[in-house]
Design a protein around this ligand. Structure first.
Ligand code: SF4
Length: 226
């Protein structure tokens, strides 16, 4: 589980002039078209927050899980072990902002899984909160609570969103029978590359299981749906 309430944080895209050209960058192909938020907008947000105290801070760093990085996730946790002010680590499973994985960076979930769970365990051993993005919730086992796809309020060029929608999230062979509220399922590029993998997924209960002292089916009291 993450440590931050996303509603208390905010993101602004202040420029798109990064020249690092990271191959896992989700907006690399749109940076020449997207317009940054203006300084006036930045001031507006600051002034709004001064008056309303809505957000605590601007948000934080993340590690993208790709074919090149997934084996190194536990090592990354170790490598950052000396950072005393690092309170939360986020692991973002790569998506390509496209219907196809043209860069060949998507990894089968089952290949990522042991490295990701080891990284989660190591981070938690160090007292750090963890958030995982875009990974099937049902595969995370006892680390399910690490999945959190919520995001802070984001100020970005509206032209970003049609590109984002090309990912086609929320696809899953079990979607209609799964009670997960956080899972983004699979995206179009993943399904095209690796298929539905329905046999390894375990749909979550549609409703939380009853508490031990909750009324049972034979109990004459009316049950409460949650
Ligand atoms: S069954 Fe599908 S929707 Fe449900 S948690 Fe697993 S991947 Fe996500």
């Amino acid at each position: 589980m993450g440590r931050f309430d996303h509603a208390q944080y905010v993101e602004l895209s202040m420029h798109f002039r990064c020249n690092l050209k990271c191959e896992h960058c989700m907006i690399l192909n749109t940076m020449d078209r997207l317009e940054p938020e203006s300084m006036d907008r930045f001031k507006e947000v600051l002034e709004f927050n001064l008056r309303n105290r809505r957000w605590k801070s601007l948000t934080l760093t993340n590690t993208v899980i790709t074919r090149r990085s997934y084996r190194h996730l536990p090592g990354i946790v170790d490598r950052l072990g000396h950072l005393r002010r690092l309170v939360q680590m986020e692991f973002w499973n790569y998506w390509p902002m496209s219907e196809t994985d043209d860069k060949g960076l998507i990894v089968p979930h089952l290949d990522v899984l042991p490295f990701l769970r080891r990284a989660i365990a190591l981070a938690r051993q160090r007292g750090r909160a963890v958030e995982v993005k875009n990974f099937p919730e049902c595969l995370l086992g006892e680390d399910r609570d690490a999945l959190n796809n919520d995001q802070p309020k984001l100020f970005i060029d509206p032209a970003f969103w049609p590109e984002f929608m090309r990912n086609g999230f929320y696809q899953c062979a079990h979607r209609a029978s799964c009670g997960s509220r956080q899972c983004l399922g699979f995206n179009t590029a993943y399904v095209k590359k690796y298929g539905w993998q329905a046999d390894v997924l375990v749909p979550l209960p549609m409703h939380p299981p009853p508490e031990p002292d909750a009324p049972r089916a034979s109990d004459p009291r009316p049950a409460t749906r949650s």
